[in-house]
Write a protein that binds this ligand. Structure first.
Ligand code: FES
Ligand code: FES
Length: 210
């Protein structure tokens, strides 16, 4: 029986998250584990995005690192990140600007990576959830997502974390209404909205008192 199991042999959700060493939490909040369990994201065939006729040089700055790529001009930023750079925190869910799963920051502002071409993302500082915190070094916001059970399947979580991170950076005194507005472009099919909002408000409070 696992150490955290009760007499019936069950393990509480909170203890399960904790016992995973933050990995599950980080999966949602930092994109790490979902790299491996990312079942809903359908990989694009390499020849759709790779060095084929018409490919152009693209230089992207992601999480402080420079990447030189050759991709077709029609390749989206999301595909460049996920399929070429294996930066899989941003999720492909709707692939058409409806869900917010692919949210990344472009010069600090949230954008849908599925709605921007990689060529148009050059000359900008891009930040994905991996750049906000890592499983071993979660940001305060990510810690509060864990603390408040702000994720269920976790698929939407990188997008929510990214949107909330931008909101708190812009306004450390963000109110519930501010957080809701910041997350207006993010959808959670598991219905964790209230816990996401609680996590963001708790993070704001902690960050203000630090
Ligand atoms: S995958 Fe980009 S908004 Fe849904
Ligand atoms: S936690 Fe499952 S979609 Fe949001």
């Amino acid at each position: 029986m696992p150490e955290d199991a009760d007499k019936s042999g069950s393990v509480s959700r909170r203890k399960f998250l904790a016992s995973a060493g933050g990995a599950i939490a980080a999966a949602g909040v930092a994109g790490g584990l979902l790299t491996k369990t990312d079942g809903a994201a359908v990989p694009k065939p390499v020849d759709e995005i790779d060095d084929v006729e018409g490919a152009v040089d693209v230089k992207l700055r992601v999480n402080g690192k420079i990447y030189n790529l050759k991709v077709q001009p029609r390749v989206t930023l999301l595909d460049a990140l996920r399929e070429r750079l294996q930066i899989t925190g941003p999720k492909r869910v709707c692939d058409r600007g409806n869900c917010g799963g692919c949210t990344v920051l472009k010069d600090g502002k949230p954008i849908y990576a599925c709605m921007m071409l990689a060529v148009d993302a050059q000359n900008s500082a891009l930040t994905t959830v991996e750049g906000i915190g890592t499983p071993d070094n979660l940001s305060e916001l990510q810690k509060q997502f864990v603390e408040h059970d702000g994720l269920m399947c976790g698929f939407c979580t990188p997008g929510f974390v990214t949107s909330c991170h931008a909101a708190l950076k812009a306004n450390p005194k963000a109110t519930l209404e501010d957080i809701k507005r910041a997350c207006a472009g993010n959808i959670c099919r598991c219905g964790t909205f209230n816990r996401v909002f609680e996590a963001a408000l708790a993070a704001a409070k902690k960050m203000r008192s630090a």
